[in-house]
Design a protein around this ligand. Structure first.
Ligand code: ZN
Length: 111
């Protein structure tokens, strides 16, 4: 279950996503929740699409399932410091793309 959860990357569109491409003005802004296992997954997969959605007026949010505290080759790196660095990087990248907010579930990264 844990591995399945960490391998899970999905884009969920809700609140009338078709209005992103319709001619008429939508009643409310479409919202997009993008879910990924690790902090940097989001920027390797569909960042351009998310930026486009944001530019078209959608409210885009990220949900990162794990804490990102593992995976560094640096032997002096602690999981806590790596987690904090990746969080900061993820928030900075999201801001550039026009993402409204980033949420972290803090499930421990396996490996
Ligand atoms: Zn990943």
């Amino acid at each position: 279950m844990k591995q399945a959860l960490q391998a899970f990357v999905a884009v969920i569109l809700f609140s009338a996503p078709c209005s992103l491409y319709s001619q008429g003005a939508p009643a409310e802004k479409p919202r997009v929740l993008w879910i990924a296992a690790h902090p940097d997954d989001l920027d390797y997969t569909a960042a351009g699409t998310m930026a486009t959605f944001a530019r078209q007026g959608a409210q885009v949010y990220y949900l990162v399932l794990t804490d990102g505290g593992k995976g560094s080759e640096d032997r002096t790196m602690t999981p806590e410091r790596l987690r904090d660095i990746r969080r900061e990087e993820q928030r900075a990248a999201a801001k550039v793309l026009g993402v409204q907010d980033v949420f972290f579930l803090d499930t421990q990264t396996a490996r």
